[in-house]
Design a protein around this ligand. Structure first.
Ligand code: NAD
Ligand code: TDX
Length: 330
């Protein structure tokens, strides 16, 4: 089986490539990745049955050539960080919208199966005390430049399925954590701050809620959908991991043996979504998926161990990331 993974040098894509090559001996993986600031060859170094192509998912000629030679495309490539989108939305429109359009045209031409990776942020946010969770029927209501471009990409996929019979599925997942996540993101930023003896940085009051899932669980769900999902359908992926940002920071401080109030409040994010929560019952009931890391605290401990053991991977980008945040008052 020939699998083309776009964005395979990024956080979730690299974990997907590693898991796929380890668990599926019949698979040969080709990564297409532009190696932006978010991509790293080191995340997939030393793997066999892997071809690495450095290039842009919006490059129609290159994408056509790669898609023609593949059995399955899994599309992770995206600009993924909300704070960056607030500073400069342009690459988000280019990669997330035009890139997905380019890929859709190629899979349409060559009749290749596509799985499109998306986010729960397309549904907007929920009230802090709202008992509701996102379901596949929740109306799209994105609130940020990032989530608006992801929502656009999902709608393109749905239209290509309906209008052109493209063989595609979509998944919308909640917040991921785990190895190889860029230190600009919430959890690795705080872990690496604590390793460096710096205090965690909490946006605003820290009461915003995210629904955390370990990256391995996201990726096992993606394979479940590829193998057992219905073409044209959308599946929500989540592991019932709702926590306020303050709760996460206090768990981390406890793991590092520090005072529970040993963090800083910094400037809030513009338009900061309050709460995300996923109802993943369709994935569990219809496709029989369940997470391997149902306990967030266990997954977090394993992630702290990984960042402690892999300083060489994150150290080169830590200082520049903190300089960027300092300029934004974060
Ligand atoms: P990431 O930023 O860590 O990685 C993105 C990768 O895409 C990088 O390797 C980058 O070099 C590559 N890329 C960017 N622009 C490209 C282009 N034009 N052409 C080719 N490659 C390009 O992102 P991530 O956190 O791994 O997210 C992967 C996917 O999962 C995204 O589609 C994101 O929207 C989605 N998602 C992420 C989360 C999360 O919590 N991180 C949750 C749900 C969904
Ligand atoms: O230093 C920080 N302090 C802080 O309080 C950072 C970096 C973030 N935060 C807050 C903002 C959010 O409420 O933590 C929460 C998580 O922030 P991010 O890691 O930036 O993630 P989020 O904006 O929730 O989006 C993530 O999940 C959905 C991914 O980056 C997206 O790609 C995915 O679609």
């Amino acid at each position: 089986m020939r699998v083309l993974v776009t964005g395979g040098a990024g956080f979730i894509g690299a974990n997907f490539v590693r898991q796929t090559l380890q668990e599926r001996l019949e698979a040969h993986v080709t990564i297409l990745d532009a190696l932006t600031y978010a991509g790293s060859r080191a995340s997939v170094a030393g793997l066999e049955r892997l071809t690495f192509v450095e290039g842009d998912v919006a490059d129609a000629r290159l994408v056509n050539r790669l898609v023609e030679k593949t059995d399955l495309v899994v599309h992770f490539a995206a600009e993924s960080h909300n704070d960056n989108a607030l500073m400069d939305p342009s690459p988000f429109v280019q990669t997330n919208v035009i890139g997905t359009f380019t890929l859709l045209e190629a899979v349409r031409k060559h009749g290749v199966r596509l799985h499109h990776i998306s986010t729960d942020e397309v549904y907007g946010d929920l009230g802090l005390d709202d008992p509701a969770k996102f379901t596949p029927g929740t109306p799209y209501n994105p609130s940020s430049p990032y989530s608006a471009t992801k929502a656009s990409s999902d709608l393109l996929v749905r239209a290509w399925v309906r209008s052109f019979g493209v063989q595609a599925t979509i998944s919308n997942c909640s917040n991921n954590y785990g190895p190889y996540q860029h230190v600009e993101k919430f959890i690795p930023r705080q872990i690496t701050n604590l390793i460096d003896g710096a205090r965690p940085r909490v946006y605003g009051a820290g009461l915003n809620v995210r629904d955390w899932i370990h990256v391995e669980d996201h990726n096992s769900a993606v394979w479940t959908i590829i193998e057992r999902g219905q073409i044209g359908e959308t599946y929500l992926i989540g592991a019932d991991g709702e926590m306020t940002n303050l709760e996460v920071v206090r768990l981390l401080l406890a793991e590092f043996g520090q005072d529970p109030d040993g963090f800083e409040h910094v400037n809030d994010r513009a338009g900061h979504d309050l709460r995300y929560a996923i109802d993943s019952s369709r994935l569990r009931d219809e496709l029989g998926w369940s997470p391997r890391y149902p306990d967030f605290a266990d997954g977090l401990r394993a992630t702290i161990d990984w960042y402690r053991a892999n300083e060489a991977w994150w150290r080169p980008v830590k200082e520049a990331t903190e300089t960027k945040y300092a300029a934004w008052g974060h």
